[in-house]
Design a protein around this ligand. Structure first.
Ligand code: PGA
Length: 250
């Protein structure tokens, strides 16, 4: 049995003071939750504030990106060992906004995944097709390429530290979620590729769905056999809606 995992991707929202307030509300709602793994992913500047608030609870801390090198002349970047020391256990890699606005490619995703795993972090690796790709009938081939290249540097024994997030780009922040059937179809496809890459370990890899998950659609999406939780953007910025989505994964 895979333990569901729901992560809140706060994107570029919340100063550290606001982040601490939101984290405190989420802790009141979900601090003892142990049937679902809950991860809060605030901006870098709020990691420490959120860490202090969630200390002693079951909530976990994640970041939204990391560089592949441990250190160096990479202005504006943050490395995986830095995140580990700030208390992160997870890092999101290859979010479609990183791919779309910041030149992230499947190759840089693979390198960042390697850097994160080397540091001892767990990774949430994002894949997903654009609307044009879906309409062209290329969803499966696009996602297959993203998974095969993005996870090409994962070694045997590391699969338990890999979570894949399937996030159709057309569903992110649009209010238009994939149907449960559309999600399950792609999740099953991803699991098939993971079996080729990781063998039996693929059965333990959690695959999250992301893209306009809300309290009223979460249960149906999370009920699908290969949907093991969600990566939540907009609805993770309110404690009550995030908590409702987490409970929908029970
Ligand atoms: P959304 O974002 O829930 O606001 O659609 C999901 C994500 O980008 O991870």
């Amino acid at each position: 049995m895979r333990k569901p995992i729901v992560a809140g991707n706060w994107k570029m929202h919340k100063t550290s003071r606001e982040a601490a307030e939101l984290a405190a509300e989420i802790k009141r709602e979900l601090g003892d939750m142990d049937q679902v793994e809950c991860v809060l992913c605030p901006p870098f500047t709020s990691l420490r504030a959120v860490r202090e608030v969630i200390a002693g609870s079951r909530l976990q801390l994640g970041a939204q990106n990391c560089h592949w090198e441990k250190q160096g002349a990479f202005t504006g970047e943050v490395s995986a060992p830095m995140l580990l020391e700030e208390g992160c256990s997870y890092v999101i890699i290859g979010h479609s906004e990183r791919r779309q606005y910041f030149g992230e490619t499947d190759e840089t995703v693979a390198r960042r995944v390697r850097g994160a795993l080397d540091a001892g972090l767990k990774t949430i690796v994002c894949v997903g097709e654009t609307l044009a790709e879906r309409e062209a009938g290329t969803t499966c081939s696009v996602v297959e390429r993203q998974v095969r290249i993005g996870l090409s540097q994962v070694r045997a024994g590391e699969w338990d530290r890999v979570v894949v997030a399937y996030e159709p780009v057309w569903a992110i922040g649009t209010g238009r979620n994939a149907t449960a059937e559309q999600a399950q179809e792609v999740h099953a496809w991803i699991r098939k590729i993971l079996r080729e890459l990781g063998g039996d370990a693929a059965e333990r890899v959690r695959i999250q769905y992301g893209g306009s998950v809300k309290p009223d659609n979460a249960h149906e999406l999370f009920s699908q056999p290969d949907v093991d939780g969600g990566l939540i953007g907009g609805a993770s910025l309110k404690a009550d809606s995030f908590a409702a989505i987490v409970r929908a994964a029970l």
